[in-house]
Design a protein around this ligand. Structure first.
Ligand code: ARG
Length: 567
């Protein structure tokens, strides 16, 4: 919508400003402050050439523009080094109405991706281990970026780099063959698997020979022993089924599973290539690539016992994604603790001569900090994602019971709000920072929380129900109170918000925007009566209410959340 506004200015004033249309459109920004119009053009960069201080230049240019005011504009004001443009309310409203009601399902979508392929590695849990709370970040930041990329016209491949290989699976297979019959694998496959995993590690502490036994079975697995391979496949299937249950609750979908094992027969070629290119160096029996020139420790390619490593697999996986999947962008949504790993992998690829490493990005995120320990930790330190989600639903169920006992579909709403609250709390923070996990804040209906945004959407629906008539998809008259104008101005910048959130791979830009819409809506709703006003005013305000609802609904969907009908 802002795009159209930008073109009005470039089309009408490129000659007068003596710049290319594209330059002007690029420079135009949304003013931060209320009452400063819809778009601001900074003139600082032109002041030297004009031999005039920016405020004077802005004033002079504004004067000239005003003398040829385009019909879409209502005011042009110089404010220090900016020219602020205000558009006619009718024009703004017609753009919003066309976008919001004409493009349901893809409001605010752009085309900058142009069908380019974006491969994104996200969630990627480790077989036999329950997803922990850190995987919530890897999962939801990933899914939000998937949705944002689609909104910008990318062809997205969401990929699960499942942790399904390594000596631990030899140990687990050994445990399964020896103790498996003691566990209810038929009835509770995944918990049984995890219990085996924990037991093996506990027992191995006092019986180190178990380590060797496990290593031997892993060797069998690597050599393709049919029985062990069958068992390993079973572990993978059991684990994927369990993750799927959680992904379904979170609305998460991968397009491809390419676990670490997928690269087994691609590791040798990578090592050979490193060798050929003179990069592979022996160090204490292990093979490494030195990265001294980048002030990094060497990247370990093969251990002294011949075992391949996480890094080797990531070299192979990057080559696969760039050269076989033909990715234009290759993203890894992984915790900040793996920053060095990815820097090393990308540098090794760079040294191998691949020019595409600048299109590979580690989308890092910070860690969770727990304010209280209301979440049970089944064992020791790990906090399981599923426990958090269940706890959230339980807490919301309680709130509903107290505040709205007659609510229809209470269980469904408890899930939408409970899970949504946890997801929103994750995404509203700049991903690179640590997130504080505090139930009171997460579930604070009056704070900047998921439930707050959902509640705002529900309020829109309840007014619409009271109105009782179909809401017009056009504004009948210009809305002109300051609250209405600012709310409209905020809606206008939804497409820019999506684009900016994608550009920085920062879902929090969108989450923060939705909070802003809700604040604006509250101000409008407190100040302006709707029902009972003159038919035209009533109708136009209802159109605004409906537009807010639709933008909230679609914005939340991009963040992987649902808007309940009532709560
Ligand atoms: N399985 C890893 C973990 O749970 C994440 C894998 C990330 N992807 C990658 N290509 N290394 O920490």
């Amino acid at each position: 919508m802002l795009k159209s506004l930008r073109t009005v200015i470039s089309r009408n004033y490129a000659d007068l400003l003596n710049r290319d249309a594209a330059v002007i459109e690029d420079l135009l920004e949304t003013p931060k402050r209320d009452g400063h119009g819809h778009l601001a053009l900074p003139v600082f960069a032109w002041s030297k050439e004009a031999k005039m201080p920016p405020p004077k230049l802005a004033a002079e240019l504004a004067e000239k523009i005003r003398a040829r005011l385009a019909p879409e504009l209502s005011a042009v004001e110089p404010v220090s080094g900016f020219i602020n443009f205000t558009f006619q309310p009718e024009y703004v409203q017609s753009l919003i109405a066309a976008e919001v009601f004409g493009r349901r399902g893809r409001i605010g979508y752009g085309t900058s991706g142009g069908g380019k392929k974006l491969v994104i590695d996200f969630s990627s849990p480790n077989v036999a281990k329950p997803m922990h709370v850190g995987h919530l970040r890897a999962t939801m930041i990933g899914q939000a970026i998937v949705n944002l990329a689609k909104s910008q016209g990318y062809n997205v491949v969401g990929l699960n780099h499942l942790g399904d290989w390594g000596v631990q699976f030899g140990k687990l297979a050994w445990a399964y063959m020896n103790w498996g019959h003691e566990y209810p694998f038929e009835k509770e496959p995944f918990p049984s698997l995890y219990k085996l995993y924990v037991r093996f590690h506990q027992e191995a502490e006092s019986k180190p020979e178990l380590e060797n036994a496990g290593a031997k079975v892993f060797k069998q697995l690597e050599d393709g022993d049919a029985q062990v391979v069958e068992i390993w496949k079973k572990f993978v299937a059991i684990s994927l089924a369990d993750y799927q249950r959680i992904w379904d609750q979170l609305g998460v979908k991968h397009d491809l599973v390419r676990g670490e094992s997928f690269y087994n027969d691609r590791l040798k070629p990578v090592e050979e290539e490193l060798e050929r290119k003179g990069l592979l160096v022996e160090s204490d029996g292990a093979m490494v690539v030195h990265l001294d020139e980048f002030d990094m420790p060497p990247c370990l390619i093969r251990k002294s016992d011949g075992a391949s490593l996480y890094a080797t697999r990531d070299l192979a996986s990057a080559i696969y994604r760039m050269q076989e999947l033909n990715a234009d962008l290759n993203l890894y949504v992984v915790g900040v603790d793996q920053t060095l790993h990815f820097r090393q992998v990308f540098k090794v690829l760079h040294k191998m001569g691949y020019s595409w490493t600048d299109r590979c990005h580690h989308i890092a995120f910070g860690m969770y900090r727990f304010k209280d320990a209301k979440v049970s930790t089944r064992k020791g330190t790990a906090i399981f994602l599923e426990d958090i989600l269940e706890k959230a639903v339980e807490l919301v169920r309680e709130i509903i019971k107290q505040k709205n006992p007659s609510l229809e579909n209470a269980e469904k709403v408890a899930r939408q709000v409970g899970i949504g609250a946890v997801v929103f709390n994750d995404l509203v923070n700049d991903r690179v920072k640590n997130v504080e996990f505090d139930w009171d804040r997460i579930l604070d209906f009056a704070g900047d929380s998921g439930p707050y945004v959902q509640y705002c959407g529900v309020r829109c629906l309840s007014v619409t129900r009271k109105y009782g008539k179909p809401v017009a998809s056009e504004f009948k008259i210009a809305l002109d109170t300051p609250e209405e104008k600012e709310l409209l101005r905020t809606l206008l910048s939804y497409p820019d918000t999506l684009a900016a959130a994608f550009d920085g791979f920062k879902p929090h830009i969108l989450a923060g925007y939705l909070i802003d819409v809700c604040h604006r809506f509250s101000l409008f709703y407190t100040k302006c009566d709707i029902l009972g006003e003159s038919p035209e005013l009533e109708s136009s305000r209802m159109t605004l209410v409906q537009a807010v609802h639709h933008v909230l609904e679609e914005g939340l969907k991009i963040l992987g959340m649902e808007l309940p009908d009532a709560m």
